[in-house]
Design a protein around this ligand. Sequence first.
Ligand SMILES: Cc1ncc(COP(=O)(O)O)c(C=O)c1O
Length: 389
Amino acid sequence: MNNSAPRAALASVKPFRVMSVMQRAHELELQGKKIVHLEVGEPDFSTAQPIIDAGKAALDAGLTQYTAATGLEALRTKISERYLKQHGLTIAPERILITPGASGGLLLLAHLLVGQGDGILITDPAYPCVRNFIRLRDAMPQLVPVSRAQAYQPDVAALAQQRTPETRGVWLASPSNPTGTILERQRLQEVSDWTQREGLHLLVDEIYHGLHFVDELPSVLEVNDSAFVVNSFSKYFGMTGWRLGWIVVPEVAIETATTLAQNMYISASALAQYAALAAFEPATEEILNARKEEFRRRRDYMVKALSDIGFILPEEIAGAFYVYADCSAFSDDSEEFCRRMLEDHGVAMTPGTDFGETGAKRMLRISFTTSMAQLETAISRLRAALLPA
Ligand SMILES: Cc1ncc(COP(=O)(O)O)c(C=O)c1O
């Protein structure tokens, strides 16, 4: 046996298909083809100028050392103030830990909450890293199929159906990647009540908060003060490459979470944290909200255009920047469909099989993280490819 080989359990951790789509799109571009990128999961805008300026000023001031493992006090305070302003919640800054992206937060919480052999209920479809992080703990992602009819979010009956004696927790996302759908207050409350009755922990990934197009988007903390929250500066705040996020943990978990942070990464990037202090300034918020309105405009355009072509979409895309589209009018194999649309028509999209299993072969994720002009090009190419002349 080769003693340098990765352990066998890692074979279940699969690469992202979106990465091979991006790689192939890049190869085609090198051959001179013009590709429209609808596969990318990050805002196309660069970081807002006040945040960049704050980052530069921090560098000039020599603020390049580690910070506390839990992050800058000033940043945790600003996040705490945001919970008060947006959700009417008093969250002590001590419960907020700054992490290297939501990814760092999810990994930390996987270590905090998940042990070998545990079952964690997650939706099918969901952001793929989540099930991989659970597998890395030698634990079991327990997939809860969710359909268009339930806005791709679980209710108690769906969760209860997949629950086993091994189940320890429920990990959800609202708004969700890839569906853009949210857990409305009542369902969130019911799910939360059920987890409390059943003695399960509840974690909600709220990374797309801020990039929502509905008036009301509750944080899970409004209905359950002992829930775990993951959030990030990547999406609404447009800071993907800075690698900065945060988690909110209940009082009882602060100490262990802090110890894990110290051991796992010492601190999140100091530069990113100093820069992010400017993310809450009114001038920045104005820029971010204008961008959100641009995402809304793109969403409205894509929903109408894709429906007209014959894709079946969620009833409402309430947040994030994705359209999770059923392509069964054209294909029952979304991987082959995405390959064909990329190779023959220059439109890059992500097959649903990146995100789940049930029915994933007829689904694809279309991101509207590119300009209106590019979206219009994509739509005219899809129309030409899929509709009779
Ligand atoms: C639902 C969800 N959670 C977490 C992440 C990771 O984000 P970050 O850049 O903050 O690590 C993503 C990134 O696309 C995501 O969609």
